[in-house]
Structures are given as structure tokens and as C-alpha cells.
Design a protein around this ligand. Structure first.
Ligand code: GDP
Ligand code: MG
Length: 597
């Protein structure tokens, strides 16, 4: 296409504001798929995404839109994930675009994630066009929401298109607005090739497939290209676009977005953020890449059956090809045997990885309680990074402990402000800023990251009936009186149950943790003593009393179906048990620390 007939844009929105539904409408309007091919949510292709209703990987679609002026425009849009754990994917998608569509739910209003992503877009020099979605809902209040967009984000929303992705209202107006206001890409079609790799993934038939944006020149099937980072040359086997089906075109010109397959068998051969140039003109500059993302949350993952260790390693390797943010290294636990220490962007990311490992690779895993990374200064003045409580040095050699602090931006309707402030204080937060904007309040707090990643998001939602929203970023490490709480089962310290926490919380959390364990650890044929200890000092204890009767004996009378259910439940529970010494401990016990306060 001619440059001035191309529009590259991303869609940014808070989760559930209708980004995927709107994308599907665009595909429908532009005739990208037949009705039969049009699944309920085309773009959310991974099973897990569909079940959880969230978008994890960015996806791109190229559509031809016949505008009201009679001209046909090539629209390349990149869907982005909305969850706070995945904001790095958002900034990557934005780097391939000249504009962004900000979708705001007209019944819900502006949320923190939209604000954060919007600022990223504006910082990257993109034209941001707001649209008010869900106009079909009776509680839609577009005037109020337009005012919020102006007050909170600072974007003029007077002309924002009011649409409904669900009913199809004004969808073409949204596309017209994009064509009229988002600038076409710039670039020199006659210059040597320069293209950016936005994403790469491994396809078992094709090898590495990359999503690319051509900045200058063009790339054709059969071309010999060079990767700037590796200096290696490859032949281009396939070039095309997603409609959203993979559709070969043989060529991508300046300004266009599409896929490239280049007989690359190793994912490290086409890293995300790399620049592709022509092997004939290899001296073309590399484009600025992407910031590397660091895991925020670490946990140990162990196969329930030690026979699965190799299969587990293999699965992690494959998954990490598709997910550069997943970190893993072998870990050996006295209690759980051989497994991997894994690093994740947040709790949702962790849950998704665990689910994919179990579902796609058929593994049964035990996960230990997630932890953040701590800076520990020892008496020699050395700084150690500790991502595993059981690896924390002896208190005697520690000079200082530092915990990561997150800067949290929270948007909350005024009526829930009190609840939210109480929660922030409970989570050891320090207020940095508070601004009233219309009916919403924008709060800025510094809160220890450990408190944020655990259950803060869920608590925030319940403290505000779902209305508050959150965006957070790591800012720095800060000294804190932190200690390790150990759990002893029948006198034996279980390394995989240890947690690092604030000294002030030790007694309270120790007590509720042992109580929780008592509920979770099934009765055995003998008494099981559970203790919580800080160093040599026991801070709480409980006992799981011995059980001598069969479990079904609990069902007095002859309720057969109930008995069956109970046995079934016991069997399912079995799968996720780990023998520790002579005691069987279920998966839930390892995560119990997340459930106590
Ligand atoms: P995303 O998380 O931003 O991708 O949001 P989705 O597109 O998955 O939509 C979230 C929910 O809102 C789904 O249940 C949609 O059916 C619903 N939804 C999306 N657009 C509209 C709309 O215009 N009106 C109404 N009433 N519901 C909508
Ligand atoms: Mg979605």
C-alpha cells in the first residue's frame, strides 16, 4: 500500500472495557473472516485467554477498510493485554504504531491501567483517540466519562465516538475517526531494509515466526536478511499478514506490519526488539529495542512425581521461547526435591504459566508461596539478591535487609476512598499524592511490593465494590525489619514453607498460618505438631489430631452419593500431596500464607 493509505494503531483499554469485542467488530466490518470463521472472540486465541476473558499475548490484524471517501485503507492493529502484569507487552505493541485507540467503558469510567497505558502511548509520540464504548448499557454516562478522560488523562474527549462493540453501534465512525486522525507511517520505501521485531514465537511446523514492523525499505520472500543482534544471515521463507489468519503476501512494504518466517530454528536467533536488515546493506543502524522486563514474583515449582522432572524442564524451555519474561533455574528443596525456581511478572502471570504447564504439558506441580526479591547486605558489606526465603543467610551475618517498594497509582470513586486508604495503611503504604478529579480520586501510594503482589488487587476490588483500579511500578529497595518465618511439621523445618515478612506481622501471621495449616493438613494416623518459628523462637503452634477411622465414617447413615463424593475429593486431593517426612502435605498448605492476614 501507499504510505498515506496505511494506519497502524493499538487498542488500549482497561480489562473488560471491550477491546477484544471491538477488534472482532472491526474484523467483521472489514470482512476479514467469514461468519463461519468468526468465533466468539477471534483474537483471544489461547484457551486460557478465552476462559479467563483476558488477552495475554499481543496480536496483530491487517484489514482493508473502504472508507466513506471511497478510498481503501490498510489498517494494521495490534491488540494488547489489559492486565497490570502485562504492561510491558503494551509498550512493545505501541512501538509499532502511530496511533492508539483508547477504549473506555462509558458505564465504568476511566481506570488506572488505561491512564498508565495512555501515558506510555503519549510518551512514545502516538496520537491517542478516545472512544466511549458500551453505549447500549442503560447506565452509560458518556458526558461524565468524557469529562473524566479530560480531567484524569488530559485528553480532549469532546469528539470521542460513542459506540457499542456489542450492538455494533457507530463502529464505522470509530474507523473513520482513526483514518482521519491517526497519521500515516513515515519511512523511505527506497531505502535499504530496516524492520523491528515486535514479537517472536515458536511454531512446531514453521520454526520461529516473528511479528515485524517495516520502518524503511521492504522485505520479500527469498530475500537474504541479517539479524542485527546475532549478525547471522537467514533466507526469508515466508512473508505475510494476519487477517487474522496467517495469509502470505510475499512482501511487506514500508510502514507495514506482518509476519516473517526465516528458517530460524532457535528462538534466540530472532529476539524481540531486534532489527532486521538486508544482508546486502548490513550497515543500516539498529532500531532502539525494548526495555528488558524483570520478574517481580518468584516461586518454586516442583513436579509432584520426581519422574516428571525432565518433562518439566522441557516444558519450561518451550514456554520460555514464547514468553521472554519467564525466568527459571533449577532448585533443590529438602522437602520437595528437584524443581525450578521461577520468576514471574506478577501473580496472574504465575497462575497462567502454572496452568499452561499443567494443561498443555500434562504436569502435576506443587507451587510454593510466591515471594518478591530482597536485597540483603551482609556483615562484609556484600549485597545479595534473595529470591527464595530458604536461601536467606543466617540472621547473625545480616547487616541490613531491604525490600522492594512499588509506586501504586489508584483511581477510586470518592465514596470508597476511606476503605481504600485504610487498606493502603494496613499494607504499610505511605501516601505520596491525592487528587480529586470529578467523582474520582487519584491516589499515589508507596507500598512494599510484597504486599502489592499478594492479595492487594483483590482486596482493593472488594474494598471498592470493584470500582477501584490499580497500576504499579517497582521504584527502589528500602530498608525494613524483615525476618523469616519458618514452619515446622513434627519438629522438622520445611524449607518450602518458609516466608519472609515484616517483623511486626510475625506473631499474627504465624498464628493464623498454623491455624490454617491445621485445617489444610489432613489428619494422619498420628498427631502432627505444626509450629511457626522465627529463628529458634516458636511464635505459634497447633496440632492436627490423629485420625483412626476411615474418612467415610464421617457420613453417618447411608448417603452413598455423599460418600462417593468424599472419596472422589480425597482422590483428587491425593494428586497434589507431597510426602514430607511421614506427613502428607497438600498443595493448598504451601499457598496458605497467601490466605492469612
Ligand atoms: P477486553 O478485556 O477489553 O478485551 O474486553 P472484552 O472485549 O473481552 O469485553 C468484556 C465484556 O464486556 C464482555 O462480556 C463483552 O461481551 C462485554 N462488552 C464489550 N463491549 C460491549 C458493549 O459495547 N456493550 C456491552 N453491553 N457489553 C460489551
Ligand atoms: Mg480482551
Amino acid at each position: 500500500s501507499q504510505l498515506d493509505h496505511i494506519r497502524n494503531f493499538s487498542i488500549i483499554a482497561h480489562i473488560d472495557h471491550g477491546k477484544s469485542t471491538l477488534s472482532d467488530r472491526f474484523i467483521q466490518v472489514c470482512g476479514g473472516l467469514s461468519d463461519r470463521e468468526m468465533q466468539a472472540q477471534v483474537l483471544d486465541s489461547m484457551d486460557i485467554e478465552r476462559e479467563r476473558g483476558i488477552t495475554i499475548k499481543a496480536q496483530s490484524v491487517t484489514l482493508d477498510y473502504k472508507a466513506r471517501n471511497g478510498e481503501v485503507y490498510q489498517l494494521n492493529f495490534i491488540d494488547t493485554p489489559g492486565h497490570v502484569d502485562f504492561s510491558y507487552e503494551v509498550s512493545r505493541s505501541l512501538s509499532a504504531c502511530e496511533g492508539a485507540l483508547l477504549v473506555v467503558d462509558a458505564a465504568q469510567g476511566v481506570e488506572a491501567q488505561s491512564v498508565a497505558n495512555c501515558y506510555t502511548a503519549i510518551e512514545q509520540g502516538l496520537e491517542v483517540r478516545p472512544v466511549l464504548n458500551k453505549m447500549d448499557l442503560p447506565q452509560a454516562d458518556p458526558d461524565k466519562v468524557a469529562q473524566e478522560i479530560e480531567e484524569i488523562i488530559g485528553l480532549d474527549a469532546t469528539d470521542a465516538v460513542r459506540c457499542s462493540a456489542k450492538s455494533g453501534l457507530n463502529i464505522e465512525d470509530v474507523l473513520e475517526d482513526l483514518v482521519a486522525n491517526i497519521p500515516p507511517p513515515e519511512g523511505d520505501p527506497d531505502a535499504p531494509l530496516q524492520a523491528l521485531i515486535i514479537d517472536s514465537w515458536f511454531d512446531s511446523y514453521l520454526g520461529v515466526v516473528s511479528l515485524i514492523r517495516v520502518k524503511n525499505g521492504s522485505i520479500k520472500k527469498g530475500d537474504k536478511i541479517r539479524m542485527k543482534s546475532t549478525g547471522r544471515d537467514h533466507l526469508v521463507d515466508g512473508i505475510g499478514i494476519f487477517t487474522p489468519k496467517m495469509t502470505p503476501t510475499g512482501e511487506l512494504g514500508t510502514g507495514e506490519v506482518g509476519y516473517m518466517v526465516g528458517s530460524i530454528k532457535d528462538i534466540h536467533g530472532a529476539p524481540v526488539g531486534d532489527t532486521i536488515v538486508s544482508a546486502k546493506f548490513p550497515d543500516v543502524d539498529a532500531l532502539p529495542g525494548f526495555q528488558k522486563v524483570k520478574p517481580q514474583v518468584y516461586a518454586g515449582l516442583f513436579p509432584v512425581s520426581s519422574d516428571d522432572f525432565e518433562a518439566f524442564r522441557d516444558a519450561l524451555e518451550k514456554l520460555s521461547l514464547n514468553d521472554a519474561s519467564l525466568f527459571y533455574e533449577p532448585e533443590n528443596s529438602d522437602a520437595l526435591g528437584f524443581g525450578f525456581r521461577c520468576g514471574f511478572l506478577g501473580m496472574l502471570h504465575m497462575e497462567i504459566i502454572q496452568e499452561r504447564l499443567e494443561r498443555e504439558y500434562d504436569l502435576d506441580l506443587i507451587t510454593t508461596a510466591p515471594t518478591v526479591i530482597y536485597e540483603v547486605v551482609n556483615k562484609k558489606g556484600e549485597v545479595l539478591m534473595v529470591d527464595n526465603p530458604s536461601k536467606l543467610p543466617d540472621p547473625g551475618v545480616i547487616d541490613e535487609m531491604r525490600e522492594p517498594i512499588a509506586e501504586c497509582n489508584i483511581l477510586v470513586p470518592q465514596e470508597y476512598l476511606g476503605n481504600v486508604i485504610t487498606l493502603c495503611i494496613e499494607k504499610r503504604g505511605v501516601q505520596v499524592d491525592m487528587q480529586y478529579t470529578g467523582t474520582q480520586v487519584a491516589l499515589k501510594y508507596e507500598i512494599p511490593l510484597a504486599e502489592v503482589v499478594m492479595d492487594f488487587f483483590d482486596r482493593l476490588k472488594s474494598a471498592s465494590r470493584g470500582f477501584a483500579s490499580l497500576d504499579y511500578n517497582f521504584t527502589r529497595f528500602q530498608e525494613a525489619p524483615l525476618v523469616r518465618l519458618d514452619v515446622l511439621v513434627n519438629g522438622e523445618r520445611v524449607d518450602a514453607l518458609a516466608v519472609i515478612m515484616h517483623r511486626d506481622n510475625v506473631r499474627r501471621r504465624g498464628a493464623s498460618l498454623t491455624e490454617k495449616m491445621k485445617e489444610l493438613i489432613p489428619r494422619q494416623m498420628f498427631d502432627v505438631a505444626i509450629q511457626a518459628a522465627m529463628g529458634n523462637q516458636v511464635v505459634a503452634r497447633t496440632t492436627v489430631k490423629a485420625l483412626r477411622k476411615n474418612v467415610t465414617a464421617k457420613c453417618y447413615g447411608g448417603d452413598v452419593s455423599r460418600k462417593k463424593k468424599l472419596l472422589q475429593k480425597q482422590k483428587e486431593g491425593k494428586k497434589r500431596m507431597k510426602q514430607i517426612g511421614s506427613v502428607e502435605i497438600p498443595q493448598s498448605a504451601f499457598l496458605a500464607v497467601l490466605k492469612v492476614d
